[in-house]
Design a protein around this ligand. Structure first.
Ligand code: LLP
Length: 390
């Protein structure tokens, strides 16, 4: 049986639109949006745009009534264009440029800062009504070392004492409304963690608010909700996480979350054509420039033969791209069926941090992106052409 995405054969999509090709299944995205809403009925959810910033994907999420979490002026511009309500959105930047701060201030988004020095720079451009600071609680969790963004030695946020100084300065400068934020890691499949984060940030919020006599309007526990990539990994029970987190949240404020991956990861598939079979190497036309995660983190992505999803595994193969280095490898010693030249492989769970991390390394041009809604197909990004880059 051929792999289907929505109601469309992946082989037909590859034939019509060429490869490599990112394909998103709208119904999966809508289901994830519903799951998030149903699981956190009393919280505000801001989508972390960095996970997938295709404008059509952003429009679907904005239409669902979510806010956005943006990391710079460009992402803020995407959010605006896609129709997110910036009053309901966050700007969480690391080492922002003055231009980003100015743009954020003028846009009316709630600004979340990483350091007291950045507050001082921001105040050169004006005084926001509300300010939030990012706390580094001294711990973090994530699937790979590169995506644990809390804890000592990481560049993110401030410890409690520094944060207190930052809120004190903000209060002195006339800012009256406050939020507090934490983002400690990405792709967490350990269910207790989100409740633990909620308790940890509330304790910090309580201490700071008492010592400075300020109130927090919102408390943000960040993103980090993981999705299963590997066969042994289980999906999070989001309903139970939501119940536990909302029960743990007793501070009189609004709870914010800013997931990225959870919204989009599972809706995305990368179709790639087999160009070469050599010994136990299966060479394909996508490379680490098309999908960087395996090369960068040694990340596992499921890979299936789209021509026949039921064919028996008969070999262990390395699935590699066309780029001139050994890191250009999607899977090592992966159990695979018999694969022939011109077959189509589907690399799955690539909707988050897939296209957004693509590059033009080795001259590979960026692939097209397609949105499938049952029978309907929409090109949501044209394939890059050589004339676009020369
Ligand atoms: N909020 C902030 C401030 C963030 O920096 C991030 C992700 C998120 C929210 C969303 O986190 P999520 O829910 O997606 O875990 N490139 C890596 C992921 C890096 C995540 C960085 N920050 C990957 O491919 O796995």
């Amino acid at each position: 049986m051929q792999l289907k995405i929505g109601n469309i054969s992946a082989i037909e999509l590859a034939k019509t639109y060429g490869t490599p090709l990112y394909v998103y299944d709208k119904s999966i995205l809508l289901n994830k949006m519903k799951e998030l809403k149903d699981s956190f009925p009393n919280s505000k959810i801001c989508y972390a745009i960095k996970a997938n910033s295709n404008l059509d994907i952003l429009k679907i999420i904005a239409n669902g009534g979510f806010g956005a979490d943006c990391s710079n002026a460009i992402e803020l511009s995407y959010a605006k264009k896609a129709g997110f309500n910036l009053k309901n959105s966050l700007f969480t930047a690391v080492n922002p440029k003055d231009e980003d701060l100015k743009f954020a201030l003028e846009s009316g988004v709630t600004i979340n800062l990483d350091d007291i020095s950045i507050l001082k720079r921001l105040l050169n451009f004006g005084t926001p009504e509300i300010i939030s600071f990012r706390i580094n609680p001294g711990f973090g969790k994530g699937k790979f070392p590169g995506i644990v963004v809390g804890g000592s030695g990481t560049k993110f946020g401030m410890n409690e004492d520094l944060a207190r100084e930052a809120y004190k300065l903000a209060k002195q400068k006339g800012i009256k409304r406050f939020g507090i934020h934490m983002m400690t890691g990405s792709c967490v499949l350990y269910e207790d963690y989100f409740e633990e984060l909620t308790f940890a940030i509330q304790e910090i919020a309580n201490r700071i608010s008492q010592s400075l006599d300020i109130n927090f309007e919102f408390i943000d526990i960040g993103g980090g909700l993981g999705v299963p990539y590997e066969p042994h990994e289980k999906a999070l029970n989001l309903k139970s996480i939501g119940e536990r987190v909302e029960k743990a949240f007793t501070y009189p404020a609004t709870l914010f979350l800013e997931p990225g991956r959870f919204f989009v990861a599972e809706s995305g598939t990368l179709l790639t054509q087999v160009t070469t079979i050599k010994n136990n190497f299966i060479g394909v036309d996508a490379g680490m420039s098309t999908l960087l995660r395996p090369a960068l983190y040694n990340a596992y992505h499921p890979i299936v033969l789209a021509n026949n999803t039921e064919s028996e595994y008969i070999q262990e193969a390395n699935i590699v791209g066309p780029i001139c280095e050994n890191t250009d490898c999607f899977a090592k010693n992966r159990a695979m069926p018999l694969v022939k030249e011109k077959d189509i492989l589907a690399i799955q769970v690539v909707g988050a941090y897939g296209f957004v991390m693509s590059s033009r390394y080795n001259g590979l041009l960026r692939p097209a992106e397609i949105l499938v809604d049952n029978e309907k197909i929409e090109v949501i990004r044209e394939r890059e052409k050589i004339d676009d880059v020369i």
